[in-house]
Design a protein. Structure first.
Length: 277
């Protein structure tokens, strides 16, 4: 069965209440897990960048916007409790080593490498040494960069799943390049999922499943008009429902590839072939 992940990221805009409502929507529509992001804002961005102008609901600098949208340890504790209460897995992608280490206390089942972090080899080693099943997104990456990441995870004998992705928000359909899914599977002899940033609810994601994707990750929101660059490529609750419905239907209709005569066919076979008897 395809593993369906809802990427909440920072679409909560710093509100624990919004985060919980998105989790609830994911639970109610049948997602298997939700995912967040963790960053040490003051460490991973330069002072010049953080001081630069950006008008947002929380101020006029990059710093004010980015700090407001980061959850504290206490807020992640609330996320942990809420997900346990509603029996849904949650995990995160860290953008720096300090964040990865600080989040270990939550003992999540999975790890995630964001496409932006695929080339951060020291971070990959910190993640791989934990030995948790890890989803590795491959957007804006070369094959050589993917090979290096795979080598690190195999060095630590850490189970992983690559995720084909295109890092544009929203992604144009012609940039999906879904034939990469079977290609990555053949080249690296591993499971391959799909992390999508398209506007459509399920067409491209369903096609990814038909090409062999073993996991699907999509960004989630309550309202696409909320502030944030991920919102436009995120699914609202109705889109979440359609995505899960269509993927679960594909789990059934793809079958096992073995030709058979169904019991429902036998009356028709008897009636329509009697002319030849």
């Amino acid at each position: 069965m395809v593993f369906i992940i809802g990427e909440i990221g920072t679409n909560h805009n710093g509100s624990i209440d919004i985060a919980k409502k998105i989790i609830d929507a994911a639970v109610n529509t049948g997602f298997d897990a939700v995912k967040f992001q963790k960053k040490s804002v003051e460490k991973i961005y330069t002072k010049e960048f953080l001081d630069s102008f950006l008008e947002s609901p929380w101020g006029t600098t990059q710093r004010e916007m980015r700090l407001h949208r980061e959850f504290s340890e206490n807020e992640f504790k609330q996320i942990d409790q809420h997900c346990k209460k509603h029996k849904i897995e949650w995990f995160f992608s860290s953008w720096d080593i300090d964040s990865q280490i600080s989040m270990r206390k939550f003992k999540t089942k999975f790890n995630k490498v964001a496409s932006a972090m695929l080339v951060h080899e020291k971070l990959l080693e910190i993640i791989a040494e934990e030995g948790k099943p890890t989803f590795i997104s491959t957007g804006m990456s070369t094959m050589k960069e993917i090979e290096k990441a795979v080598k690190i995870f195999r060095k630590y004998k850490c189970p992983f799943e690559l995720m084909h992705s295109t890092s544009s928000y929203p992604m144009k359909p012609e940039e999906a390049n879904l034939k990469m899914i079977p290609m990555l599977k053949r080249k690296f002899q591993c499971n391959v999922g799909y992390s999508g940033h398209e506007v459509s609810a399920s067409v491209i994601s369903a096609a990814a499943v038909m090409l062999g994707a073993t996991s699907i990750e999509r960004h989630l929101t309550l309202d696409r008009t909320f502030y944030g660059y991920d919102q436009a490529s995120s699914l609202e609750p109705e889109g979440m429902r359609r995505l899960v419905r269509d993927i679960r239907l594909l789990d059934v209709v793809m079958g096992d590839g073995k030709k058979k005569i169904w019991d429902s066919e036998r009356p028709n076979m008897k009636k329509l072939r009697q002319i030849f008897s």
